[in-house]
Ligand binder design. Structure first.
Ligand code: SDX
Length: 431
């Protein structure tokens, strides 16, 4: 917990309440309002939590004005370039970059938990073939609490550790099985001689009828996409996981709740929506029409992959993703990719348009990711499941941080009530 550095006195309704102010290691000071209702008899009001810190955390720091994203202090662009996803997982989970031995042990533990209980295969067969893979993932991950009873007791540090490793290890297997099921192909088992990203690509794209060689360009791009989506402070799905697990719900049920929240098009579902939007725009000459619609208050259309609650500058992940899109398409020999052309021109036009400049709307992590995933052969329905695979380590790290906080309380917000005041029941004859 940060130290008290100051205090604020709130004077209202003939009352004065003194509220402590804490200074973080980075970012804005916070005003501790926990005693405001007891001493002042009022609630604060902040739908959407635009000015509310829900917790203290030491995992990820975002400076939205400067376009900075740090994981345990390390900038995302350096991690994307110099690290790899499982090393970033270790950093997020345990707080420090691992030594070579610690990394080898961690990677071995993850690798040896990638298979799922054989009986869970039956779950997939209960879904319609055309079910969205996110629907399948919510169901199957929630069902993990019905199979892995030996890692659901959150009070037991060892069970918390096993649940963390199982979730990180099994998410790619579950996502690839959801994909295979949706295209009517047989499930592919993980292999222990492949790295995390290569394993995922092979489970998605190999078929029994022929050998499958992982393309190193694609596995590096896949690993980087996982790293760029790993954690992001108290976003909607992470806050969902924290709130769900604050009641003591088991980790698998809490992560399933996070997957459900991530699915929304305003959040993780934006990568699918962004590529579909770019395809709908089709060609560069259609862009002005869509920019006009995005600015029209009466039109619900928004530029998907643009804007962010925190970033009022470039999303640093979008910068890395844009470079990666160029590299991957070039290395794959994908020329004249109309969608990438539309994306780049749309970004250029939007960033010169007063509406977007004034509202500080920049491309976010979802704007370019879909172009890479599409070039890698994924259907748009798999974009958000891939986001969920990557974000699992962020959810698990934040969950672990909260569960081990001695000050943990169940999350229970209050409200500004606007409904009818007390009134007696009226019998139906007299209504
Ligand atoms: C992710 O929180 C995270 O960290 C999320 C994430 C993570 O890693 O976990 O970064 C991942 O979810 C990225 C965001 C993906 N979503 C999209 O790309 C969907 C399109 N973006 C918008 O829906 C919106 O920008 C949000 C939801 C991302 C942010 O919404 P806010 O913070 O509630 O902002 P807002 O809706 O109040 O917008 C402020 C203004 C509004 O205009 P006014 O009412 O002030 O006149 O900007 C406008 C909005 O209409 N606006 C847009 C816009 N985004 C905001 N106008 C056109 N196109 C857009 N994309």
């Amino acid at each position: 917990m940060a130290d008290k550095t100051n205090s604020a006195t709130l004077t209202f309704n003939n009352k004065q309440v003194e509220l402590p102010i804490y200074s973080p290691t980075a970012g804005p000071d916070v005003l501790d309002i926990r005693k405001l209702y007891a001493e002042g008899g009022v609630f604060t009001y902040d739908p959407g939590y635009t000015s509310t810190a829900s917790c203290d955390s030491a995992i990820t720091y975002i400076d939205g004005d400067e376009g900075v994203l740090l994981h345990r202090g390390y900038p995302i662009d350096q991690l994307a370039e110099k690290s790899h996803f499982l090393e970033v997982c270790y950093l997020l989970l345990y707080g420090e970059l691992p030594t070579a031995d610690l990394l080898e042990d961690f990677e071995s533990r993850v690798t040896n938990h990638t298979m799922i209980h054989e009986q869970m295969h039956m779950f997939f067969r209960g879904f319609r073939r055309d079910a969205h893979p996110m629907a399948t993932m919510v169901g199957v991950v929630g069902a993990m609490s019905a199979f892995y009873h030996d890692s659901t007791d959150i009070a037991d540090p060892w069970q918390r550790e096993v649940a963390s490793i199982r979730l990180i290890a099994k998410m790619p297997t579950i996502a690839s099985m959801a994909f295979k099921y949706s295209i009517g192909q047989p499930f592919v088992y993980p292999r222990n001689d492949l790295d995390y990203a290569s394993n995922f690509l092979r489970m998605c794209f190999s078929v029994p009828a022929e050998d499958y060689e992982v393309n190193p360009i694609l596995s590096r791009a896949m690993d980087r996409i996982f790293t760029l989506h790993a954690d992001h402070e108290q976003n909607a799905s992470t806050s969902t996981v924290r709130l769900a697990s604050s009641s003591g719900a088991n980790p698998f049920a809490s992560i399933a709740a996070g997957i459900a929240c991530l699915w929304g098009p305003a959040h993780g579902g934006a990568n699918q929506a962004a590529l579909e939007m770019l395809r709908e725009i089709g060609t560069v000459d259609q862009i002005p029409e869509y920019i006009k619609r995005a600015k029209d208050k009466d039109d619900p259309f928004r530029l998907m992959g643009f804007g962010h609650r925190v970033y009022k500058n470039f999303d640093p992940r979008a910068k890395v993703m844009k470079q990666s899109a160029d590299e991957v398409l070039d290395l794959l020999g994908v020329e004249n990719n109309e969608t990438l052309k539309v994306a780049k021109e749309l970004e250029k036009i939007a960033l010169e348009d007063p509406y977007f400049v004034e509202k500080k709307l920049y491309p976010n992590v979802d704007f370019y990711s879909g172009i890479i995933l599409d070039a890698m052969g994924f259907p748009t329905s798999m974009f958000t499941p891939i986001f969920a695979v990557a974000r699992t380590v962020g959810w698990v790290s934040q969950w672990k941080e909260m569960i081990t906080d001695p000050g943990l309380k169940i999350g229970r917000p209050r409200q500004l009530y606007t409904g009818p005041t007390y009134r007696d029941y009226v019998d139906v004859e007299r209504r």
